[in-house]
Ligand binder design. Structure first.
Ligand code: ADP
Ligand code: NA
Length: 327
């Protein structure tokens, strides 16, 4: 692993799923790789459904995504943190890649099929999403892409695009590998759905108001088979215990599960403990976020510097690409 690239969409409030499933690992990778760790707020990707974003708030969300990542521990002095649209070479390379990508490769992407099935009109941007993603990665010649399971297919496509380009125009791009973190959980939503996601509206925001977080925790569904307090519950059937496992010490979780199984404890008590333990982890992040909110110029400057560093690399790649392709 010499250079990593990962992205996050500014499509809404960053949630605890993003933190536990991605950002926490990015912080570790950033500590290991320094500037060779590229983290990108992918605002071009946020445009792929024109009905799902608000142009009057997109820039604010992009800013907030940067701020939250910094508050969560990504140090822009160490890593390369930047906004995708600040580096126009992403879209430039994406066009070249579009010409090298068979339509069938795109229409068979699981994410495309899932998302397209939910939309009345399917926009070409949604279809091209993985081509832009390939450009995001390859414009930096990144060899490692930390992703969730659902992105593996896109990374495979990126490898195919790299292979095709190299075969046609000469060795240029590495074939990047997906880096799956077996310890990164797939965080379920507060509605019990398998995945917490901005687009499903079932999230707990990293910077969400404490009261609002408590209200969400308070309403988390109990074990559906536990009717009365006196009934034993199965902790494995509740999101409450799943979340508790992310935030509380192991021994405490084990003890509470034991009590819950014996009907020795009500869910509300567990929820209160969950709230306390969650806030212990979230509070330092929120305090740093408050500080950054007082100095928005620090965030803006960090993004400009990140884009400057990223762009130097991206421009060199595009120069090479133009020459090889004959532009
Ligand atoms: P969302 O699905 O909320 O729109 P993104 O697609 O922007 O989030 O994902 C940003 C990162 O967060 C990705 O690496 C993704 O794998 C991770 N991620 C998103 N939702 C979850 C979740 N519920 N559990 C674990 N990781 C997640
Ligand atoms: Na998503």
């Amino acid at each position: 692993m010499t250079r990593v690239l990962s992205g996050i969409q500014p499509s809404g409030e960053i949630h605890i799923g993003n933190y536990l499933g991605a950002i926490r690992q990015w912080v570790e990778l950033g500590e290991r790789l320094g500037r060779e760790a590229f983290f990108c707020i992918v605002d071009y990707h946020a445009l792929t459904n024109p009905l799902a974003y608000d142009p009057s708030t997109l820039a604010q969300r992009t800013f907030e995504a940067a701020l939250v990542n910094m508050a969560a521990g990504l140090d822009p002095e160490r890593v390369t943190l930047f906004v995708q649209s600040h580096v126009p070479e992403h879209t430039e390379l994406a066009w070249v890649f579009t010409t090298l990508t068979p339509l069938g490769d795109l229409t068979r992407m699981t994410q495309f099929k899932d998302k397209a099935a939910k939309q009345e009109a399917v926009w070409s941007g949604l279809l091209m999403y993985p081509v832009l993603q390939a450009a995001d990665i390859l414009v930096y010649k990144a060899d490692t892409v930390p992703v969730g399971e659902d992105q593996v297919q896109h990374i495979e496509l990126t490898r195919e695009i790299a292979r095709r380009f190299n075969a046609l125009f000469g060795e240029t791009f590495p074939e990047p590998e997906a880096l799956l973190n077996p310890e990164a959980p797939r965080v379920p939503g507060i509605d019990g759905k398998a995945k917490m996601s901005k687009s499903l509206g079932n999230t707990i925001g990293l910077l969400e108001d404490e009261r609002s977080i408590w209200e969400k925790i308070r309403h988390l569904p109990d074990d559906p088979q536990r009717i009365r307090l006196a009934d034993p519950g199965d902790p494995e059937r509740t999101v409450v215990f799943t979340y508790l496992g992310y935030f509380a010490p192991k021994e405490l979780v084990a003890a509470l599960k034991e009590e819950y199984r014996k009907a020795g404890i009500g869910t509300l008590v567990v929820k209160r403990i969950l709230f306390e333990e969650m806030m212990k982890v979230l509070r330092p992040i929120r305090e740093r976020a408050e500080q950054l909110k007082k100095h928005p110029d620090h965030v803006m400057d960090a993004l400009l510097e990140g884009a400057r560093r990223a762009r130097a690399v991206a421009q060199a790649t595009m120069e090479e690409v133009r020459e090889k392709v004959g532009l």
